[in-house]
Design a protein around this ligand. Structure first.
Ligand SMILES: Nc1ncnc2c1ncn2[C@@H]1O[C@H](COP(=O)(O)OP(=O)(O)OP(=O)(O)O)[C@@H](O)[C@H]1O
Length: 271
C-alpha cells in the first residue's frame, strides 16, 4: 500500500510496505530542576499499516510518553521515530495522525457535529480530502446518528467519547493514537465501546496504537500487545494475539483468551 507520506516524499516511494509506525532505540529523558527521569530507554518496535497494537504497562512506565513521541508532541532524546515512512513531524503536519485522550475534551458550547467539525476550522483544512467521510458520516460511524445537534452536557460519558473518536477521524487520518480513551467509563460502556472500536477499525482500515492499563482490553482489542516494563520504560515483550478477527466480547470467556491474559499478567508482574 502506498502511504500518504509516500505520495509526498519521493524517497519514501522507494520503500513500499513500510510500517505505519517504527521506533528504533528510542529514549526519552525529562530533565527537570530536581532530577532527570528516563521515561523510555531503547524502545524498538514497528506496527504494520492497518494493524491494531495495544500498549500495556504499569503506571508510569512511559505509555503516554511513547504515544506523544509518535504524535510529535515530545521529541525523542535518542533514537528515531518513523511514521508512515517519514518523520513524525511530517505525519502531524499532513494531518495523518488522529489523537483520542481519556478526557473527551469537547467544547461545551458546540454541538456534537460542531465539535467533530472543529479540526476543519482550526487545522487549516476547510476542505476535506476527496473520499474522506463527512462529520455527519463520522457521527454515524460511531453510532451517533440523530445526535448531531446535541450539546456535550446532553450526552453520556460514552457518547462524548464517541464524539471525540469521530473528531479524531476527520480527514481520514492513517494513524489513530488512543491514550486510555475508555479509562474513565463504567465497565458496561467500556465493553460496548471496545466492540465498537474494533468495528470502526475494521471499517476504516486505520492503524491504531491504543494505550491501556487493562489486560482484558489490550487482549480483546489488539492484534498485538506491546508490554512495557517500568523504570526505565522499555519493551518487556511483544505478544501476538492469535484470536479470530471477528471477535465479540464472549471470546473473553474462552480458555484461549484466558491463557493469553494470564501470560500478559505474568509479563506485567515481571515488568
Ligand atoms: N513532561 C514531563 N516532565 C517530566 N517528567 C515527565 C513528563 N512527562 C512524563 N514524565 C515522567 O515520565 C514517566 C512516564 O510517564 P508517562 O505518563 O508516560 O507514563 P504512563 O505509563 O503513561 O503512566 P500512567 O499509566 O500512570 O498514565 C513518569 O515517571 C513521569 O513522571
Amino acid at each position: 500500500m502506498v502511504t500518504q507520506a509516500a505520495l509526498l516524499d519521493p524517497a519514501v516511494a522507494e520503500a513500499p510496505g513500510a510500517p505505519a509506525i517504527r521506533c528504533d532505540d528510542v529514549a526519552v529523558r525529562f530533565i527537570t530542576e530536581r532530577r532527570t527521569v528516563t521515561a523510555l530507554e531503547n524502545v524498538s518496535f514497528e506496527i504494520a499499516e492497518g494493524s491494531f497494537l495495544s500498549l500495556l504497562g504499569p503506571s508510569g512506565c512511559g505509555k503516554s510518553t511513547l504515544l506523544r513521541v509518535v504524535a510529535d508532541l515530545v521529541p525523542p532524546t535518542e533514537g528515531r521515530v518513523t511514521v508512515l515512512g517519514g518523520s513524525a513531524e511530517t505525519a502531524r503536519r499532513d494531518h495523518a495522525l488522529g489523537f483520542v485522550f481519556q478526557d473527551a475534551a469537547l467544547l461545551p458550547w458546540r454541538t456534537a457535529i460542531q465539535n467533530v467539525s472543529l479540526p476543519l476550522e482550526v487545522g487549516g483544512r476547510s476542505v476535506l480530502p476527496p473520499g474522506s467521510p463527512t462529520p455527519t458520516e463520522l457521527l454515524a460511524l460511531v453510532g451517533l446518528s440523530g445526535w448531531e445537534n446535541a450539546y456535550p452536557h446532553e450526552l453520556s460519558g460514552g457518547m462524548r467519547q464517541r464524539v471525540s473518536i469521530a473528531r479524531a477521524l476527520v480527514g481520514g487520518p492513517k494513524v489513530l493514537l488512543m491514550d486510555e480513551p475508555f479509562g474513565a467509563l463504567d465497565e458496561i460502556t467500556r465493553d460496548h465501546l471496545n466492540e465498537e472500536l474494533r468495528r470502526i477499525w475494521q471499517e476504516t482500515g486505520t492503524t491504531i496504537l491504543f494505550v491501556t492499563h487493562s489486560i482484558y482490553e489490550a487482549t480483546f482489542l489488539g492484534q498485538t500487545v506491546l508490554v512495557l516494563a517500568a523504570n526505565p520504560g522499555r519493551v518487556r515483550e511483544i505478544v501476538p494475539i492469535d484470536l479470530p478477527a471477528d471477535r465479540t466480547l464472549d471470546i473473553r470467556e474462552t480458555d484461549h483468551f484466558m491463557r493469553i491474559a494470564a501470560r500478559l499478567r505474568r509479563l506485567l508482574g515481571e515488568a
